[in-house]
Every structure is written in structure tokens, then in C-alpha cells.
Design a protein around this ligand. Structure first.
Ligand SMILES: NC(=O)c1ccc[n+]([C@@H]2O[C@H](COP(=O)([O-])OP(=O)(O)OC[C@H]3O[C@@H](n4cnc5c(N)ncnc54)[C@H](OP(=O)(O)O)[C@@H]3O)[C@@H](O)[C@H]2O)c1
Length: 273
């Protein structure tokens, strides 16, 4: 009888704790860029399941509509809009719409990236560098600059950048993209001390090879997958949810003493600069 009561109390405590952490972002508003597919969509789901109102966006309206319907089907509070993060007017519209419709901003997950170039870095052009740095690096900073005043009005907030394992070790044929991802590691560390004064934490995730459309050239080739697996402690490629949960953790109160940090989500690939 006593044993049974003990078991019940234990399971009540565990369930109760889980319920609490599931709603740990209730009342928060989260902008996640490039969130109609892959890692961004998984981040929106993870934040939404913890109670946040998520604002999803990407370039194509049909993708936005599909993501909104999917998240609504999961009982997540969601608002959707188109936004190409490389365009100033789109970034401004995204933030203004969020404030108008949701009352403020607490969380920014800057996830969008492009890679228009494969090959030897010495063959990359000025146009390639402009595009990669504009979308992958400058837009992340400029979006942060736009949301910070709104976070300050709410007494603080959390920013998460999505970098890559390629930011630690440039990947073959992905030179300019890799450099842009290294820049995000630096941006995280440059912003964190300055924004700590406003109670805003700035962190970063660096995924390894995650099975999404973006990385399909890698994981659809069996020989490349086998080669990658040799570098992994956990012998499988990552799923978007593996990264989404880490992003939601970094945005939560459980991470309230973490800032300026990058968490690698790579299945144990060794990463260092
Ligand atoms: N997958 C990996 O192995 C891996 C590894 C390391 C890092 N990452 C990083 O993870 C992030 C997400 O990649 P993913 O693999 O999840 O990609 P994905 O599944 O292919 O999804 C890409 C998303 O980005 C949107 N998008 C593309 N360009 C955009 C732009 N200029 N502005 C706004 N939205 C845009 C796409 O929708 P629309 O087409 O509608 O715009 C889509 O929602 C990127 O920063 C990438 O560098 C990925």
C-alpha cells in the first residue's frame, strides 16, 4: 500500500513537472524566421508546444499557409506571414506585424540561411559573398536590432541564431557559407554582453547534418552518409526535432543563466575553432 502511494506521488510529481515545463513559455511571443520547413518549423513546434505564440514566416505564401495549418492542427497559437529576411522592408513588416497582432516580442530565432555556391572558394564571386553575408549574417543582426527595443519594453528576451558545424570546420565546397556560419558564432559573443544589460540573452545552435531539404544533397547520397557517420558518436543523422528542442530550451527560463553560448547539436561530431 505504502509502496503504491509512493509510486503515485512520484509519478504525480514527474507528470506535474512535465506539465509545467510544457507551458513554460505561456504568454511569450516568438518570431522564428524560415520556419515553414526543417529546423525552423521544428523550432516553432517546440516553442509552440511550450505555450509560446509563434510567428512563422518564409518567402513563399503557400509554404506559410501550410505551416500555419500544421501548427494550428497541433493546437499551437500561431500567426503567419511572408518574409524574405534578405529584404529590409520584409524584416520591418515582420516585426511590426508581430507587435501589432501579438502585443510584443520576447523571442527571436534567426534561422534563415542561403547557400547559392558550391565549389572552390577561390571561384566564388562578389555577388555570392554579398548574398550569403546579407541573408545569413547581416539579416540576423538587423533583425536583432529591430526586436531589441520591443524586448526591452517587456523587460527582457532571448535571441537564438542558427549557425552550423560548418562554422567550426569549413565544409568542402561550402567555403563562403561556412565562413558566414563562423560569423554567427562571433555575432553571438559580440551581442551577449551588450544585451545582458537589457536582460536579453543571446545564444546560438550549431547543427551537424540534419535531414532537411537544405541538406538533401548530403543525406541522399549513401556514400556521403557513411563517410559522415564515421565522424559521429551517435550513428544516425539528425532530425529537425533534435535541434528544435535545444532552441526552445535556450529560449526558456531553464536557460536563464546561459548567454553568449553556442550549443552544437551534431551527434557527437568533434567541433572546435
Ligand atoms: N540541414 C542541415 O543539415 C543544417 C546543418 C547546419 C545548419 N543548418 C542551418 O539550419 C537553418 C535551416 O535549414 P534547414 O536545413 O532547416 O532548411 P530547410 O528545411 O530547407 O528549410 C528552409 C526554410 O527556409 C525558408 N527560406 C529560405 N530562404 C529564405 C529567406 N531568404 N528568407 C526567409 N525564409 C527563407 C524556406 O521557405 P521558403 O522557400 O518559403 O522561403 C524554408 O522554410 C539554416 O540556417 C541552415 O544553414 C542546417
Amino acid at each position: 500500500m505504502l509502496q503504491c502511494l509512493g509510486r503515485c506521488l512520484l509519478s504525480y510529481r514527474v507528470t506535474g513537472h512535465r506539465m509545467m515545463s510544457q507551458q513554460s513559455l505561456a504568454g511569450r511571443v516568438a518570431i522564428v524566421t524560415a520556419s515553414t520547413d526543417g529546423i525552423g518549423l521544428a523550432a516553432a513546434q517546440a516553442l509552440g508546444h511550450r505555450g509560446a505564440h509563434v510567428v512563422v514566416s518564409s518567402r513563399r505564401k503557400e509554404n506559410v499557409d501550410k505551416a500555419v495549418a500544421l501548427l494550428q492542427g497541433e493546437k499551437i497559437q500561431v500567426t503567419g506571414t511572408t518574409c524574405n529576411v534578405g529584404k529590409r522592408e520584409d524584416r520591418e513588416r515582420l516585426v511590426n506585424m508581430t507587435v501589432d497582432r501579438c502585443g510584443g516580442v520576447d523571442i527571436l530565432v534567426s534561422n534563415a540561411a542561403v547557400n547559392p555556391f558550391f565549389g572552390n572558394i577561390m571561384d566564388s564571386t562578389e555577388e555570392v559573398w554579398d548574398k550569403i553575408l546579407d541573408v545569413n549574417v547581416k539579416a540576423s543582426f538587423l533583425l536583432t536590432k529591430l526586436v531589441v527595443p520591443h524586448m526591452e519594453k517587456r523587460g527582457g528576451g532571448s535571441v537564438v541564431f542558427v549557425s552550423s558545424v560548418a562554422g567550426y570546420q569549413p565544409m568542402q565546397a561550402l567555403g563562403p557559407y561556412s565562413v558566414s556560419k563562423t560569423a554567427l558564432l562571433g555575432l553571438t559573443r559580440a551581442l551577449a554582453p551588450e544585451l545582458a544589460h537589457s536582460n536579453i540573452r543571446v545564444n546560438c545552435v550549431a547543427p551537424g547534418v540534419i535531414k532537411t531539404r537544405f541538406s538533401s544533397a548530403l543525406w541522399q547520397n549513401e556514400a556521403i552518409v557513411e563517410e559522415f557517420k564515421k565522424q559521429l558518436a551517435i550513428k544516425r543523422l539528425g532530425e529537425p526535432e533534435d535541434v528544435g528542442g535545444v532552441i526552445a530550451f535556450l529560449c526558456s527560463e531553464e536557460a536563464s543563466y546561459i548567454t553568449g553560448e553556442t550549443i552544437t547539436v551534431t551527434g557527437g561530431m568533434s567541433c572546435r575553432l
